[in-house]
Design a protein around this ligand. Sequence first.
Ligand code: ATP
Ligand code: MG
Length: 421
Amino acid sequence: MTLQAPKGTFDWLPPRSEVALAVREALTAPVRRAGYGYVETPVFEDTALFVRGVGESTDIVSKEMYTFTDKGGRSLTLRPEGTASVVRAVLQHGLHNGQLPVKLWYSGSQFRYERAQKGRYRHFWQVGAEALGAEDPALDAELIVMAADGYAGLGLTGVRLLLNTLGCRECRPAYRAALQDFLRALDLDEATRQRVEINPLRVLDDKRPEVQAQLAGAPLVVDHLCEACKTYHEEVRALLTASGVIYTDDPRLVRGLDYYTRTTFEFVHGGLGSQSAVGGGGRYDGLSEMLGGPVLPGVGWALGVDRTVLAMEAEGLLDREEAASRVQVYGVPLGEEARRRMFLLITELRRAGLDADMSFGGKGLKGAMKGADRSGAGYAVILGERDLAAGSAQVKDLASGDQTAVPLAEIVETLKERLRK
Ligand code: ATP
Ligand code: MG
């Protein structure tokens, strides 16, 4: 048997791979327009970075990490997410000592040992944006607006934004205690009971129906916010509304770590079945300190490229992007001499900015024309021995079937002209 890609992974192949490229491009376009700089961090990091930066009690760290020991005896982990690495890089290079906020975006593979299913993979792609060094509701709003605009830029209409706030160092402890009191009285398994003690907010995020059923009367953060958090959240909401971004308040939306504060949000899509989150993010004012850095508030998001492609498929939006892999012109040379001349012609066309391909492997007219049809090209340039002798080639409009002889020296200009229409 030939080897297969590992479980939970898949290959992006043409033409669908064009959609993945277009999604990365579209989701990051708003960020690039907003002065965010590109950051690329290593695919693997010291395991300790994620243990501290994502949190020991999370599913990611407790169950999903690809951790290995390298030949030098170091414990390394394939990155399961991007934020911890970005904050590490900012601290390591002192970017926070310059102009604030530091605004960065990234795009890359993430690795999580998950239960593989549609929309949930062990290797997947995220684009992300982070803004560090300012606690300003306009920054939270800016990021959310940019993500919403990114989805809209792809033509998606079914993405919904869920919004919540998690409070801050001032008001969270009292809420946490109230939540723990409530949770301790429930019928929960041992692991969940432990979670109640370590990370009670995370229990609200438990997807199991038997747990969800018991959470109906759980205390909500919104009822425990301090004045500063209320004002902050009102400002974020007002800016979103003023920007025309529609959201739903979801008082149960959490990110389960102590250093996540205030604004938290998720983008969901109805066409994906149970893996409905296409992106998410929030404010993490305590993360820098967890990594040994100074007080450095931050806010950011990560958007799932793979699930966004699935959302586009659900909305019937794949055709336009898939068409991008098609060439405009396809060369059909017949005979040895014609092949050599065609190679030069195709090279010229490409250098003139046209997307061009040709038949390879010495195919005859029938096989080469089949290649032309499959390529999606609008025009075929057919070059036979008689054409060569006459110093011209046949330019065939593949949609109408019209064919005209054009002098070889004029082919590039003629096709540029025709394709401009
Ligand atoms: P979920 O609740 O679905 O597990 P998450 O909270 O783990 O999502 P984040 O860590 O916030 O997700 O990552 C941001 C986005 O990355 C998600 O909204 C999703 O679109 C995508 N994503 C996360 N895990 C996977 C995965 N295993 N396969 C594909 N995409 C993923
Ligand atoms: Mg997850």
